[in-house]
Design a protein around this ligand. Structure first.
Ligand SMILES: [Zn+2]
Length: 133
């Protein structure tokens, strides 16, 4: 079930802009943390609808992260760097009530799986080219 093409940057930015133009509903407000959060059983995510994936399965191999400003994966101000880990394996989710837009991916550790969620923020979206390494 990976046949559909990934979401283009322009489409992603359109979702971010739409989300930014509306206040969050009550359920989304609880999810509106700037950085990645682990999805716990107490978090309400069932109101979100899946829009599509940001990358294809082939992109999942890339584990390089993009942090030119010294951020890390969990930083609230970490760039949403398209094509880079973990955004290459993210799916975009949208709230039909308030147009809230969220990114989600599953971290597969050695002995655990962890679902994570982060709001899609227009100001953080970038698509930096990959360096020589
Ligand atoms: Zn909402």
């Amino acid at each position: 079930m990976t046949g559909s093409p990934p979401i283009a940057e322009t489409e992603l930015r359109a979702h971010a802009a739409e989300a930014g133009a509306h206040p969050r509903c009550a359920d989304c407000t609880a999810l509106q943390k700037p950085g990645w959060e682990s999805i716990s059983g107490a978090m309400q995510t069932s109101h979100l609808q899946r829009v599509g994936a940001l990358g294809t399965e082939a992109d999942w191999e890339r584990l390089d992260e993009y942090h030119p400003q010294g951020t890390n994966l969990w930083s609230p101000e970490a760039p949403i760097a398209l094509g880079w880990h973990p955004y290459n394996r993210c799916t975009l989710w949208r709230c039909p009530r308030c147009t809230g837009a969220f990114l989600r991916y599953t971290e597969y550790g050695g002995y655990y799986e962890e679902e994570r969620i982060r709001p899609l923020q227009a100001a953080l979206i970038c698509a930096p080219p990959f360096g020589g390494g």
